[in-house]
Design a protein around this ligand. Structure first.
Ligand code: HEC
Ligand code: HEC
Length: 277
């Protein structure tokens, strides 16, 4: 199932995303080992969420325990809205942890499962004081920080909740070690546009905007957009087009570029438009 991310209210910190990190990838089975460089700044939020779903179902082994009753040996968190459920957990008087929001709660549940044990799901004989769930950053599951964030992103996004974790930072990317993780990242990489023409074509900007004149198509002509809007305003009009609607125009610009574009594509397009004066 491909996760559909509701983009309304979607936000993630772009400042963390300026990664120009490359690292080595294992080759496809059967091929002679050749070094291949992969750019982590080519990961979009959609890819990251798919990666989380993949980890949840496979390497993370979450579905060994977390599945629908009566088979489940743990709460069915894929069948529940984990963000809404987190709110209930935090409001429970038995809750003694440190979490302040859903992302924290999900993280804490993964790293320190006994911190709060969902009623009736504790180890037998411990009166719900000890969880049977293993800490998933430790062997044998041993998810990395990037992988854990991807799982959180998936659990938030699958019910249309805002994703609050960030895409991997440069430091996180540098710490990528496991072969499985590299494979998961590689499997989800899109083909990023490498030139401004490719980028504008890939996202069909010119179907709605005249780029070399002030003519109105669906949206305003962009020939002088750099003199009308600041760099930040241009960036915002792409990643969050409904924040400010250009006067006299319908709110017809697609609102999901933020989840589709790679950081580099967005930078390239913004840099190109800023120069249009
Ligand atoms: C060996 C079984 C087992 C595995 C594997 C497991 N869990 Fe759990 N998990 C549990 C049980 C049992 C609970 C309920 C008791 C508790 O609160 O710790 C739980 C609770 C949770 C909760 C809190 C649920 C709530 O309703 O508040 C989250 C979130 C969670 N697990 C996530 C995960 C993720 C993500 C993975 C995979 C990376 C995973 N678990 C793997 C057994 C497991
Ligand atoms: C389906 C049509 C459509 C597509 C595709 C589209 N836009 Fe737009 N765009 C609009 C409309 C309509 C507006 C005016 C309403 C608004 O501000 O949201 C707009 C507004 C803008 C603005 C603000 C212009 C101003 O003068 O305030 C910028 C910048 C922009 N778009 C850039 C882009 C870029 C870059 C792409 C491709 C990545 C793109 N648009 C794709 C329809 C579109």
């Amino acid at each position: 199932m491909k996760v559909l991310l509701k983009t309304l209210g979607f936000s993630f910190s772009l400042t963390l995303l300026f990664t120009f990190v490359t690292y080595l990838l294992p080759q496809v089975e059967g091929e002679a080992p050749v070094e291949k460089e992969v750019d982590l700044s080519a990961l979009t939020m959609d890819d990251f969420i798919s990666m989380g779903e993949e980890l949840f179902n496979n390497k993370g082994t979450c579905t060994l325990c977390h599945k629908p009753a009566p088979l489940g040996r743990a709460p069915d968190i894929q069948g529940a809205d984990m963000v809404a459920l987190s709110g209930e957990r935090l409001a429970d008087e038995r809750y003694q942890g440190q979490a302040k929001d859903a992302a924290d709660y999900i993280l804490e549940s993964m790293l320190d499962p006994s911190r709060y044990v969902v009623a009736t799901w504790g180890k037998k004989g411990t009166n719900d004081s000890e969880s049977p769930m293993p800490a998933i950053d430790k062997p044998p599951i041993e998810l990395s920080k990037i992988e854990i964030d991807a799982v959180i992103a998936y659990l938030q996004a699958k019910d249309g909740n805002e994703v609050t974790v960030s895409l991997p930072s440069a430091e996180d990317a540098a710490s990528v070690v496991s072969a499985e993780e590299k494979t998961t990242v590689a499997a989800t990489l899109p083909a990023p546009a490498t030139t401004i023409e490719e980028a504008l074509g890939k996202y069909a900007c010119s179907s709605c905007h005249a780029l070399e004149s002030a003519d109105t198509l669906v949206g305003p002509g962009l020939v002088d957009v750099g003199s009308r809007l600041s760099r930040d305003e241009i960036r915002q009009s792409i990643v969050d087009p409904n924040a400010v609607i250009a006067e006299g125009f319908p709110a017809a610009m697609p609102a999901d570029f933020a989840t589709k574009m790679t950081v580099r594509e967005l930078d390239m397009i913004v840099a190109y438009l800023v120069e249009k004066k």
